[in-house]
Ligand binder design. Structure first.
Ligand code: SF4
Length: 689
């Protein structure tokens, strides 16, 4: 039976899978693709059940327009596209180009992300474009840029992980977020390597660790500084590496020496002997890695926190060498590619800077427009959402559900409701799409071809395996039709390979150079690592000879601990941290529509320690209210001693009264503009059921 080799629509691991026609012949089913190296055939439940969302029972199959009576009513594509073009141009005419916003997603393919950025800047002429990937990776990206001069999530393939000597995994629960990746850690231990997990919860991933450090949420920066202090104090620095391949050590060293172990124990709650043990484990082998995820990154000091972990790697010579280095485990399916090709507020394709005259000239040349016509950088994601209804009055949204996934979500929902005009392109009627004036139903992963770039920087090809239902169009077709209605007849092809060929030219010579990558080459090599200039091979391992800075040296950045934006007090005495569960994905827009996944994870919960439960009168399985300065959420209590007694955890996949993001703090990192999802102050109130 014919099968199509493709990739999962969800997370950044981008597991390989084969699709074949199902028994009825109307849909597809997933079968193993053992030869794809990243997951070697393994899939989590989300990947295995992904075809369920292709069913017409759960998806949008025709455009909708809000009627005078306020209801979303079926419409033709012509009516819907005319309405979107009219809504966007009316706002632009009345209030200027920057009154029109565009919000994208880290799940969009490279072709879509590229076209959306071009659409915003060339067709709408607006600077107001950003995307939900800002919530996912921007602190690590900023720290990467600062230290190494280049941001690629992992500078090495995952296959290197089991062969290193020690991994410090910071704020990542791979067992729930990317289960097939857990085997890399299992193999690490089988090979004699050691695993240190940093997480305020003893997660299923932390259970695998040789050493689990459970810092108070919001104190990872102090923890990293404390480890670096001990590295220096115990004479474990690699002076030869520091002298040959880095700059800025004296300042970073001085900053670390101000964070002595007893102080760090007071800040983090991690005992000094455990700090010493971590340093011993990290420094003993020839090679070691630090991998971070959303835990340390989604903080108002996320860039500095990641920077502190990078400093630890540099001071010990664990960077720019085989089997050593710092890497970020990007979250969303195309979180990596999505940030490289122009849907980010400050960037042009190829990871070029919008403020760089040479970059503007190059990309404008590819687009056939005057460089001066390109707008400058716009607002970051939360700031854009916060400006809806005031400075930004109309919005085109693709592949995102901020009403559930943005911090301070009730406020964001209020802002979305206050828009003059909202158009949403999505596959399901998400909570945000339900508020739109026009909803455009679009094709899904198995119904269209396009590339994504996984967390390793490996560019992959998703292939069309199924004919889409007649009532839906691709995002590229939507942008093509809207551009034509707004007066730009050319430059928005609907063929993804044609878009990719233009993207290659636009990225040529940029930091994320895709010019040597083609659909044919991806298919032949089962993925190509960027940078890959024309005529060259891809680059699985970065920085082995030099870092991507002007002088080729990595830069230490002196950083110091500072408190989270909100600390517990008498009124809000408990810390809240948020995260994911294995059976749901991000805002749950797709996975909440899969019965098998819903049965496994039907709703939100509040995880808390028995001592805290006793103090607030929480009872297992009974509703518990969590209240912050921004809102209130109610969900059943789940009592466990695997979490710190000063902290509660809520997963963030659900809308309604269990919406965790009703509580979260939009305090922004000053460099990355990443909101502080991972820590805020709350109080708990038992609720009569
Ligand atoms: Fe899909 Fe990620 Fe699960 Fe792999 S780990 S099957 S990419 S959701």
């Amino acid at each position: 039976m014919h099968t199509t080799a493709t990739h999962c629509p969800y997370c950044a691991l981008q597991c390989g899978m084969n699709l074949r026609p199902d028994e009825g012949g109307a849909g597809v089913e997933v079968v193993e693709r053992a030869e794809f190296p990243v997951n070697r055939g393994a899939l989590c439940g989300k990947g295995r059940t992904a075809p369920a969302v292709l069913s017409s029972r759960v998806r949008l199959t025709g455009p909708l327009i809000r009627s005078r009576a306020g209801r979303l009513e079926p419409a033709t594509w012509e009516e819907a596209l005319d309405a979107v073009a009219a809504g966007l141009s009316a706002t632009r005419g009345a209030h200027g180009a920057d009154a029109v916003g565009v919000f994208g997603g880290g799940g969009l393919t490279n072709e879509k992300a590229y076209s959306l950025g071009k659409f915003a800047r060339v067709v709408l002429g607006t600077s107001q474009i950003d995307y939900n990937g800002r919530f996912c990776m921007s602190s690590a990206a900023a720290a990467h840029q600062r230290a190494f001069g280049l941001d690629r999530g992992l500078p090495f393939p995952l296959e290197d992980v089991p062969r290193t000597g020690c991994v410090i995994l910071v704020g990542s629960n791979l067992a729930e977020t990317m289960p097939p990746a857990l085997r890399y850690l299992t193999e690490l231990k089988e090979n004699g390597g050691t695993l240190i997990v940093v997480d305020p919860r003893r997660t299923r991933t932390a259970e695998q660790a040789d050493l689990h450090l459970a810092p108070r949420p919001g104190t990872d920066l102090a923890l990293a500084l404390g480890l670096l202090h001990l590295v220096v104090a115990e004479g474990r620095t690699d002076e030869e590496f520091i002298a040959a391949r880095t700059t800025g050590w004296a300042e970073a060293r001085a900053a670390a020496m101000a964070h002595w172990p007893e102080l760090v124990e007071r800040i983090t709650g991690v005992p000094v002997p455990k700090l010493r043990e971590a340093v011993r484990m990290f420094c003993a082998p020839e090679s070691a890695m630090v991998l971070t995820a959303r835990g340390p990154e989604q903080q108002s000091k996320g860039t500095d926190t990641v920077g502190a972990w990078i400093n630890l790697c540099l001071a010990t010579g664990r960077a720019g060498r085989p089997l050593s280095g710092y890497g970020c485990l990007t979250g969303q399916g195309n979180g990596q590619g999505g940030r490289e090709h122009g849907q980010k507020a400050d960037q042009l394709p190829g990871y070029r800077k919008l403020t760089d005259p040479a970059a503007r000239a190059h990309v404008a040349g590819v687009w056939g427009v005057d460089p001066d016509s390109l707008p400058g950088p716009g607002r970051s994601a939360y700031e854009l959402l916060d400006a809806l209804g005031t400075e930004v009055r109309a919005l085109l949204l693709m592949g995102s559900n901020p009403v559930v996934s943005a911090p301070r979500a009730a406020h964001v929902e209020d802002r979305v409701r206050s828009l003059d005009f909202l158009a949403v392109a999505d596959v399901v009627l998400s909570e945000t799409a339900a508020l739109a004036d026009v909803v455009l139903p679009v094709t899904q992963w198995a119904e269209e071809t396009g590339t994504t770039t996984n967390l390793e920087g490996r560019v992959l090809l998703r292939r069309r395996a199924l004919t889409p239902p007649p009532g839906v169009r691709t995002d590229l077709e939507v942008l093509h039709a809207l551009a034509a209605r707004l007066g730009v007849e050319k430059g928005f092809p609907t063929d993804p390979e044609e878009v990719f060929d233009e993207l290659r030219r636009a990225s040529a010579g940029g930091p994320a150079d895709y010019s040597g990558i083609s659909y044919g080459r991806i298919a032949a090599e089962d993925g190509v690592f960027w940078p890959c200039p024309e005529g060259e091979s891809g680059t699985p391992r970065l920085f082995l000879d030099r870092f991507a800075t002007d002088d080729g040296r990595a830069r230490f950045v002196p950083v110091a601990h500072r408190d989270a934006a909100e600390l517990p007090d008498e009124e809000y005495p408990v810390l809240l941290t948020t995260g994911r569960v294995v059976a749901q994905y991000q805002s749950g827009a797709q996975t909440r529509r899969v019965p098998e996944l819903n049965a496994a994870a039907p709703g939100a919960f509040v995880e808390l320690h028995p001592r805290l439960a006793a103090r607030v009168g929480a009872v297992e399985g009974r509703p518990l209210a969590v209240v912050s300065r921004r809102g209130r959420a109610v969900a059943p209590a789940r009592i466990t001693d695997t979490i710190r007694a000063d902290t509660v955890f809520m997963p963030f996949h659900w809308p309604g009264e269990g919406r965790a993001n009703s509580l979260t703090n939009p305090a922004l990192d000053p460099v990355s503009r990443m909101p502080e999802f991972k820590v805020c102050a709350v109080r708990l109130e038992a609720v009569e059921s």
